[in-house]
Design a protein around this ligand. Structure first.
Ligand code: HEM
Length: 334
């Protein structure tokens, strides 16, 4: 159902929306400085995801209060939430549940209004309103709101963390950053604003980026137990990867070195619950970074490359401050 809404026709519209949101958001950064890149990208991704995945009505309502509700909802996305029952009276759980109720009531109003509207809109909200289950039953407002919240949150930490790390790797590797910039110019022309087809051709950016007793690899997994795969480990396996500890996007320009092994490369999961937002994530992150590289040159602050914060569900960068200079001001680099 959601996959139907995440289609190429929509992505073509999304590139323009994401580019505009990015330019507008980064106006506050001015010409040069040092700022928290992860914080900025987290805020931007809520805005772009809301515009693209929720529709203009919901994006239009995204004020500070709603942003705080998202933050509270997001605060419930923790290790505790994964391991402990949801009814426990933890402050973060209470805030999460209160925010959940409030956001749903906001969405209900938007859905009602859209249902009554004569206007034909082709977006994900409309896809969900028009969708039916196999037995023909349409989704009710509660189900649609839940889907919209799920879409936003599933793509929030994942995309903002990936985008932030990408920024630090580019800042660390001057030659790679300049090659990406040059590629942007080659693919998109002097304006360097990609459309969907061009965004797809830009290569460097994200390419790196039970019910019964079962036995696997000699281990016995009792019924009801969870087995977790760690992409952090999988993507560094000695037998699978050449230069396994290096950030080397070029490795994906040719044949994927791990292509022979089915689950060697699993950033988007695998199997039944594999990510449905992969293509949107590529569109979003490539468009954001195409826009940012057009605008700025990035450097590490005094050579500091963030250490990894393993306490967050998606491993975020510690102290993620980056130095930036507007490109048309740094003549030597543009
Ligand atoms: C770089 C960005 C992203 C990464 C690395 C990523 C990664 C993943 C992974 C590993 C899973 C599987 C989880 C599991 O096995 O239980 C997953 C599931 C999912 N992702 Fe993503 N994701 C990203 C972006 C997005 C975006 C932008 C969206 C929405 C537009 C999204 C929507 C979903 C949904 C709905 C699921 C659950 C699918 C299911 O349970 O059937 N993801 N993602």
């Amino acid at each position: 159902m959601l996959k139907t809404g995440l289609n190429i026709a929509h992505f073509k519209e999304h590139v323009k929306i994401i580019e505009e949101e990015t330019v507008e958001y980064f106006q506050r950064w001015g010409d040069s400085g040092e700022k928290n890149l992860f914080e900025a990208l987290s805020e931007l991704i809520i805005l772009t995801a809301s515009s693209c995945l929720h529709g203009k009505e919901i994006r239009g309502m995204l004020n500070e209060h709603v942003a705080q509700l998202y933050a509270d909802l997001d605060g419930g996305f923790s290790h505790e939430a994964w391991l402990l029952p949801g009814w426990l009276p933890l402050p973060s759980f209470r805030k999460r549940d209160q925010a959940h109720r409030e956001i749903k009531s906001i969405f209900f109003k938007v859905i009602q209004k859209r249902r009554q509207s004569e206007e034909t809109v082709d977006d994900i909200l409309q896809t969900l309103i028009d969708a039916t289950y196999k037995d023909g039953r349409p989704l009710n407002d509660d189900e649609i709101s839940g889907m919209l919240i799920g879409l936003l949150l599933a793509g929030q930490h994942t995309s903002s963390t990936t985008s932030a790390w990408l920024g630090f790797f580019l800042a660390k590797d001057e030659a790679l950053q300049e090659r990406c910039h040059a590629e942007l110019r080659a693919v998109c022309g002097d304006g360097m604003q990609p459309d969907f087809d061009q965004a797809r051709r830009i290569s460097h950016y994200l390419e790196y980026t039970g019910t019964s007793l079962t036995t696997a690899g000699g281990y016995t997994i009792p019924a009801g137990h969870q087995v977790c795969v760690s992409p952090t480990v999988n993507h560094r396996l000695q037998d699978t990867w050449v230069d396994r500890m290096e950030f080397s996007p070029d490795r994906y320009l040719n044949d994927n070195p791990a292509a022979g092994e089915k689950f060697a490369y699993v950033p988007f999961g695998a199997g039944r619950h594999r990510c449905i937002g992969e293509n949107f994530a590529y569109v979003q992150i490539k468009t954001i970074w195409s826009t940012l590289l057009r605008m700025y040159h990035f450097d590490l602050v005094d050579g500091y490359f963030p250490t990894i914060n393993y306490t967050t569900m998606i491993h975020t960068p510690h102290n993620p401050v980056i130095r930036y200079t507007r490109r048309d001001q740094g003549a030597a680099r543009s």
